[in-house]
Structures are given as structure tokens and as C-alpha cells.
Design a protein around this ligand. Structure first.
Ligand SMILES: Cc1cc2nc3c(=O)[nH]c(=O)nc-3n(C[C@H](O)[C@H](O)[C@H](O)COP(=O)(O)OP(=O)(O)OC[C@H]3O[C@@H](n4cnc5c(N)ncnc54)[C@H](O)[C@@H]3O)c2cc1C
Length: 300
């Protein structure tokens, strides 16, 4: 937190998926795994991707069907992943696969690190609403993963995955907070001639957006504090993600309304649509909040 505060005016590199892969390697990985992967990740020699979602497993991720079977010295992975951001550039992946199909679905999953240059890994880009090709389909055909690339316990991967998903929500929320390069509404207003150049109704809306952005940032701080004291940040990170993503959409819409000719904000309107889906959809966050924070009956 102290480092975060000291660096607040410095634009730091975006670690991408590593922002939520690293905390799980720190918490659940062996010292050898940490030694092997963390330095290269921080210097950005290693780009990570996340092989979690499948055509039949998104919101209900634990129903994933990619299989890992025991072979000499490790595991052989077969299956298809989808929506894998950055897979075409990544050297390494965090990957979930089913190691015990007979166990209850949350208990038969293992968390692997996969070398994306392994034989049997095929990456096919998908086109997004804004024309980019950032996410991909990834096919795994007899991909060998050695034993020393299992994170946590065999069949204990769901615990690690939950940790990763929780950090993902926080990181996604953070990178779209007020003052970030993407949603810098104030910088836009400055380029348009400052607050005085806005209509009163637009100025009022800008103020409202800024205030809600500050409140969402305060929630992010609460998530960090609860992590530091060993608490479960799961629910708070869902609230943070839910509000942060809606906020980024609202800011983009507002900025576009005051700068309709800006190609950047035109693009952001489209780009931010994805953020109430990726990292767990709005409906799924609402379920988590309802069940875990409010104690409402479980989603059937
Ligand atoms: C930009 C972007 C990048 C992504 N990058 C990655 C990545 O790098 N790696 C990766 O593994 N995945 C990635 N994803 C995938 C993302 O995690 C999934 O899209 C997300 O979890 C939703 O899964 P789904 O697309 O299968 O939708 P589904 O789970 O099929 O959901 C469809 C709809 O049903 C609703 N729904 C589902 N279950 C419930 C329920 N129980 N109650 C109420 N409503 C429900 C959902 O809210 C949604 O509206 C990315 C997605 C996006 C948009």
C-alpha cells in the first residue's frame, strides 16, 4: 500500500494477466516456482495468459472439461479454451484442467503453469467488437506439463483459482479507476478548455462521476486492507469489480458525449462493453454478493 501510494503519480507498466497470476504463485507456489517465474514476470520478459474459460465453462468455471491425465513425469492436457486474452503473445499460461473426473466438480481440478511454446498448443485469434484481436481460442492436444509446474495440490486447483479470480477482479477494477490512463475524464475536460467550457449539466455529471470513482477507489482500499489482515476479500472484490466496470462504461459514455469526434472515446465506448463480462459477469458478481455477503439462498 505504501509503495502504491508513493507511486501514485508515476505511470507504471501494466503487468496484464500477471497482476492476478503472481499473487497466486506467491501464495500457493513453491520457492522454486517463485524463483523461476517472478523475476522475469516483473521485468516483463514473461507475458502470461489465462487458460480458464472454455466453450462450455465460463460463469460456471468449475464445470470445465479440459482433461489432464497422468503420464510419466507429469501430465498430458487435452481440451479447448476460449476468450484467452494475449495468448498469441504469451510465453506462459495459468491453466485449469480436470485431473479427477470422478470427484465433485470443484474438487477434481488442478492448477497448472503451461509453456505456450509446448508442442500441441494451437492459438487462433478472435475478432472483438472494436476490431482488435486480443483474445483467442486455444487448443491443447496432448500437451505435456511436468509435475513441477503444478501450483498447489493436485485436485486442489479450485482454491488457487478462486484466489486468482479474486485478484483479477481487484486488478480489473483498479486499472479502470479514476485517474487511470483510460478513464482520465479530467484530462479530457482540461483539453476541452477546462470545467468552465462545459455546460452546467455536463459539469454536474462530471462531478458525480468523479465522486463515484473516488468511492469505488475507497472500496479497493478496503479490499487491500482485508487481504493484509488475512480476511476473505472475495465479496468486497466482487462489489469493487461490479461498480468499477459500470463506472468505466459510464465515464466512457460521458466523455464520448462531450467529445463525440474523439476516436479514442469512440473506441472506449465499445471496449468497455467487455468489462461487465470479462473477469466474471455482472450477474455472477451479484450472485456472489447475494450469497456470501447478504446470506441469501444459493443460486440453484
Ligand atoms: C474482454 C474479455 C477478455 C477475457 N479474457 C479471458 C482470459 O484471458 N482468460 C479466460 O479464461 N477467460 C477470459 N474471458 C472470458 C470470461 O471470463 C467469460 O466470458 C466470463 O466468465 C463469462 O463466461 P461466458 O462468456 O461463458 O458466459 P456465460 O457463462 O455463458 O454467461 C452468459 C450469460 O448468462 C449469465 N449467467 C450465467 N450464469 C448465471 C447465473 N448463475 N445467474 C445469472 N446469470 C447467469 C451471464 O451473466 C451472461 O449474461 C474474457 C472475456 C472478455 C469479455
Amino acid at each position: 500500500m505504501v509503495i502504491h501510494q508513493e507511486f501514485r503519480d508515476v505511470k507504471r507498466p501494466n503487468l496484464g494477466i500477471a497482476a492476478w497470476a503472481v499473487p497466486s504463485i506467491v501464495r500457493h507456489g513453491t520457492p522454486e516456482q517463485q524463483e523461476r517465474f517472478l523475476p522475469g514476470t516483473f521485468t516483463r520478459e514473461i507475458t502470461w495468459c489465462q487458460l480458464f474459460s472454455e466453450p462450455g465453462a465460463g460463469s460456471d468455471l468449475a464445470s470445465l472439461s479440459t482433461r489432464a491425465v497422468r503420464v510419466e513425469g507429469g501430465w498430458s492436457l487435452n481440451g479447448q479454451k476460449i476468450w484467452t486474452s494475449l495468448a498469441q503473445w504469451a510465453q506462459w499460461a495459468i491453466c485449469l484442467a480436470r485431473t479427477d473426473p470422478g470427484a465433485p466438480k470443484h474438487e477434481g481440478i488442478t492448477y497448472f503453469l503451461v509453456d505456450m511454446s509446448s508442442p500441441g498448443v494451437t492459438v487462433r485469434p478472435l475478432k472483438e467488437i472494436n476490431g482488435d484481436e486480443i483474445f483467442n481460442e486455444v487448443f491443447l492436444d496432448d500437451v505435456f506439463v511436468p509435475d513441477d509446474l503444478v501450483i498447489g495440490q493436485v485436485n486442489g486447483g479450485w482454491r488457487v483459482a478462486r484466489d486468482t479470480l479474486s485478484h483479477e477482479r481487484v486488478a480489473l477494477g483498479d486499472s479502470w479507476g479514476p485517474g487511470s490512463g483510460h478513464t482520465d475524464m479530467v484530462a479530457l475536460i482540461d483539453t476541452l478548455g477546462g470545467p468552465g467550457a462545459l455546460r452546467p449539466s455536463a459539469l454536474e455529471e462530471a462531478g458525480r462521476r468523479w465522486a463515484s470513482g473516488q468511492a469505488i477507489s475507497a472500496l479497493g482500499l478496503r479490499v487491500t486492507l482485508s487481504q493484509l489482515t488475512g480476511g476473505d476479500s472475495g465479496t468486497a472484490s466482487s462489489v469493487r469489480k461490479l461498480l468499477g466496470m459500470r463506472h468505466s462504461q459510464a465515464v466512457s459514455e460521458f466523455c464520448w458525449s462531450i467529445a463525440p469526434d474523439s476516436p479514442y472515446w469512440n473506441r472506449m465506448i465499445l471496449a468497455t462493453r467487455a468489462f461487465t463480462i470479462g473477469g466474471g459477469t455482472t450477474e455472477v458478481q451479484l450472485n456472489i454478493i447475494a450469497e456470501r455477503a447478504l446470506g441469501l439462498p444459493r443460486d440453484p
